[in-house]
Design a protein around this ligand. Structure first.
Ligand SMILES: Nc1ncnc2c1ncn2[C@@H]1O[C@H](COP(=O)(O)OP(=O)(O)OP(=O)(O)O)[C@@H](O)[C@H]1O
Ligand SMILES: [Mg+2]
Length: 286
């Protein structure tokens, strides 16, 4: 079920704030895309290595990880890929990735290392999801340099909005210098409680912010608050302790329904955009 002849759709899940739902969303959106028939790769860029927990993967001595791609040119990306589920693969991280961040800052071209090293395997996939660490450092910039799209998992809270502006500034810098095609798909509300009036006000403020920038020359000109929000659901927090995604652990719960609906919405949007591009490129009929 190929999305594009040009290779996979690459999405970075990014928020410099910790604990907002980046890893939960990467694992379960990845699993949802695989359920929908897409060949999916998820990459753990966080030294905390939480993504692996969702797939029941134990860190082993001498295992290849995303760290090798940053520091060892003799290791191929294909050696780092682990099968997780049908149509779903992942590249684990390891705690020493934290040390790499400081070393990398001094290397020329350090922003493009991930893009260059993953290039040989991208043709195998329809979707690639990048789980970023909670910072806007070198690892997140590597994700932004290769991504087509950024999704920002967050909660509907006032301070989160200030953080969003800072994050968008970073995306703008990357767009201007490294990756002119990058766009912000939108904000993904995680652990959402729709009955909170403060939450509703913040969501409206984010929508207004995006609406003010429609048509501007900024990467978030088409951004939205993605639908549906992912409701707070204890099963999403429990699943990783059993080494499972939500589709293994509780496929009928609200969390599974929300991530599946989100994945379907994203697919629809990407396919719609692809058709628009093809229609624009086609010669006008007489
Ligand atoms: N919808 C949800 N309902 C209930 N718990 C959730 C939900 N989404 C995430 N959680 C829980 O919230 C915590 C933080 O989520 P997660 O690890 O995905 O955030 P993160 O942004 O990746 O964190 P970090 O910045 O540390 O990498 C985890 O314990 C997770 O299980
Ligand atoms: Mg995380």
């Amino acid at each position: 079920m190929t999305l594009s002849a040009q290779g996979p759709r690459i999405v970075a899940l990014l928020n410099q704030k910790g604990g907002v739902g980046k890893t939960t969303s990467t694992a379960n959106l990845g699993a949802a895309f695989a359920v929908e028939g897409l060949r999916t790769l998820v990459v753990d860029l966080d030294p905390q290595s939480n993504l692996s927990l969702h797939f029941g993967h134990e860190q082993e001595m001498d295992q290849r990880s995303v760290r090798d791609l940053f520091v060892d040119d003799s290791v191929a990306a294909s050696e780092c890929i682990r099968p997780a589920r049908e149509r779903l693969d992942f590249i684990p991280s390891d705690t020493e990735l934290a040390l790499v961040e400081g070393e990398l800052a001094l290397r020329p071209g350090m922003q493009r290392i991930l893009a260059d090293r993953l290039a040989p395997v991208l043709g195998t996939y329809d979707v690639v999801l990048l789980d970023c660490p909670p910072s806007l450092g070198v690892l997140s910039v590597n994700a932004l340099t290769m991504a087509h799209e950024v999704i920002v998992p967050m909660q509907a809270q006032y301070l989160a909005l200030r953080g969003l502006e800072k994050l968008l500034e970073t995306v703008l810098l990357v767009e201007r210098s490294l990756n002119p095609g990058i766009t912000v798909g939108g904000v993904l509300l995680c652990m959402h409680e729709s009955q909170s009036s403060h939450g509703r006000a913040v969501v409206e403020e984010i929508e207004r912010y995006f609406a003010r920038h429609r048509g501007d020359e900024v990467p978030w000109r088409d951004a939205h608050v993605l639908k549906p929000p992912v409701r707070r659901n204890i099963k999403l927090a429990e699943a990783p302790s059993f080494g499972q995604t939500i589709f293994d652990y509780s496929p009928k719960c609200a969390g599974a329904a929300d991530y599946l609906a989100l994945a379907r919405g994203m697919l629809e949007r990407w396919r719609g955009a692809g058709q628009e591009r093809r229609a624009a490129a086609a010669p006008a009929s007489v």
